[in-house]
Ligand binder design. Sequence first.
Ligand SMILES: Cc1ncc(COP(=O)(O)O)c(C=O)c1O
Length: 452
Amino acid sequence: MQTIIEPFRIKVVEPLQIRTRDEREAIVREAGFNMFLIPAADVLIDLLTDSGTGAMSSLQWAGVMQADESYAGSPSFFHFERVLRELTGFQHILPTHQGRASERILFELLGGAGLVVPSNAHFDTTRANIEHSGAEAVDLPIAEARHPRQQHPFKGNMDVAALQTLIGQVGPEKVPVVMCTVTSNGFGGQPVSLENLRAIRKVCDAFHVPLFLDACRFAENAWFIKQREQGQLHRPVREIVREMFDLADGATISAKKDGLVNTGGVLLVRDEALFQQASNLLILTEGYITYGGLAGRDLEAMAQGFQEVLDEGYLHYRIRSAEYVGEKLLAAGIQIIEPPGGHAIYLDAAAFCPHIPPSQFPGQALVVALYRHAGIRGVEIGSVMFGGGGHPPPDLELVRLAFPRRVYTQSHMDYVIEAIVEVFQQRDKLRGLRITAEPPALRHFTARFEEL
Ligand SMILES: Cc1ncc(COP(=O)(O)O)c(C=O)c1O
């Protein structure tokens, strides 16, 4: 069949509030033209993030009801541990409240001044935790990743030659760990190939440096490997996932993505001594090792979510949805990061509104227009997010539309496409903005703007 349907039916519905255009105009002004300051109840289609915004299944909710809330040794923890052991092959599994808690523990133990942590592309919280430890976070994407129009089946790959050169230059004793983010959120949700992971592993082995995955979107990455990498089509996703984890010495995971839960995280380590140290820190700052700052019900929901996400019908629908939106936008002449990524579509805002210079925030102008026109909330990833504070303007002015898992249907996506195309047809009317108030750091969350 040509039509890829949502592989679920809906048992509980949540009404959407439809605001009028005049109401949205007042709301966006009241929020200082900042999407983070708009109450979620005033958003029709919320594509701000795919993190923690997914819908849980009936079996996950059943797990929530059955969960055991004992402080130590809860059966819900052992269920979670068993599922993660089977999935990843790791024996040492620590639950945390979300991805960045795993990162904080890892880099408190492995980071430090004078050290360097390379990656294909560090996610912001990973980078921030590395830098907080005093170490330097270095991105080593392949060259293709920096060009929106350039085609590559694995645009999330690491530049392995650059990795080898870097470790050779600084010395392996200065590199406590190499990270690899699957899929690469920083470069558009693009996947990393098995071939690339094997090559990174080889370099790590040669220098005796451990390799950790930032594995938030491990299942989406494995689906791309199955579809795009030579010789992988016949393999079950579960087997590909297992090979990805087998190549690593550890992993940090935000379960808010491919764990299909609203909160939760995981830290996986192979090394016994590191596991003991991580357990001690977990107890100090998160909670006992069998709950890690979560409730038993969260552990049950994760145990179920980490199995459901391997359903290939689900992954097909998931990845095809983003591709579908991307294809329609490209057909309408709208430039996106190509090819479409796993969890989001990134609009090239500089190409969308060439009359707005980076100093007047074309990405912000576009997110404002999408909200105003159709109640859609996206996020600017450009000069608002990365500029200011003396930083140079970023290479790209983007708007990210991230898709929550199992929340919106194809007709919602058709609405989104129609809205973007309509805004594109009137793009010369979009106006740049000026910041009227901003905090000293992370200004995109709270800055206020006015239109020029
Ligand atoms: C690649 C990646 N790593 C880490 C994180 C951090 O996870 P959390 O938000 O659960 O702390 C995210 C969240 O968006 C992410 O996309």
